[in-house]
Ligand binder design. Sequence first.
Ligand code: PLP
Length: 348
Amino acid sequence: MPVPAVDLFSDTKTRPTAAMRAVMAAAEVGDERAGEDPTVRALEERGAALLGKDAALYLPSGTMCNEIALAVHCRPGEAVLCEAGAHIVGFEAGGAGALAGVMLEPIAGHRGMFDAGQLGVHLRQDNLQAPLQRLVSVENTTNLGGGAVWPLQQLRAVAAAAHAAGLVTHMDGARLLNAMVAHGVSAADFAQDYDSVWIDFSKGLGAPGGALLAGTHTFIREARRWQLRIGGAMRQGGIIAAACHYALDHHMARLAEDHVRARRLAAGLAQVPGLTVDPAAVETNLVYFGITAPQWDARTLAAAALAHGVRLCPMGVRRVRAVTHLDVDDDGIAQALRVLARLLHGRP
Ligand SMILES: *Cc1c(COP(=O)(O)O)cnc(C)c1O
């Protein structure tokens, strides 16, 4: 497929910049599986500090961070509480069941979040007939929830309620750095009461891959066992890890630009007859909008926009997602708005 001029499908569509590729080419490397890759080791130390945890483990993907965390925290047959739209529910090919053997107990929250009261409704006394509840998992920012950032107090209250009930806590921080930049709260503060947390490098940070899972020394030691078990250990991983170092140095603060562009996109979409969006709900880089024009649905609109160089992500019959990132500039946002306004004016 040719690269669309404006690719708003996902922040995973970023390509490594020339400067990032230069750093990758020059990376010092070793056998990562044997703990001998200096670039990976340095990234793990850096990640542990950034996330405020004892230790971190560099893994190929965020999905693997989630699945390994579930497997380390839980035994088969135990239950994980999470929001109904969570990535672990709908986007990891059933890994929670297939790998960790856990039951997912979804909570119907708001914008991908829930509060301590809602969690409390789902918590139960130990009961031999029901799955033993072991873990509460949250997503910050929320993906299907529209890139919402958890208020710090709410996050802490949920963790406190979970811990009081004897459960452990996990944070899917695929876009935690977006939350950090948007709210001016450090990643470590967001993650403070969470027993494990991870960040992704392949989303807005613009690296070609990799994610860092962090927690206690004991947790990370067991996570490393799972990494070896499922073939997630690499050899000269420093080549990709170098891109992650580069991303932390150069692509973190600039996430704020993506947020500004997302808000501008939402404000523009709100002016297009036949589309609905709540610009006030756009806190980070994800923009979800609805289609009310009867002649269009998400698939036909996305196909028509693509023919004009603008790629969107259909997320439902009449729901579309547009994501801003490193490779979308101001002109790209203007082009997307122009194309959509023209399309909505006409028919498929
Ligand atoms: C993308 C994403 C993941 C998975 O990360 P990958 O690196 O793509 O495997 C998990 N959780 C959320 C919220 C995500 O957006």
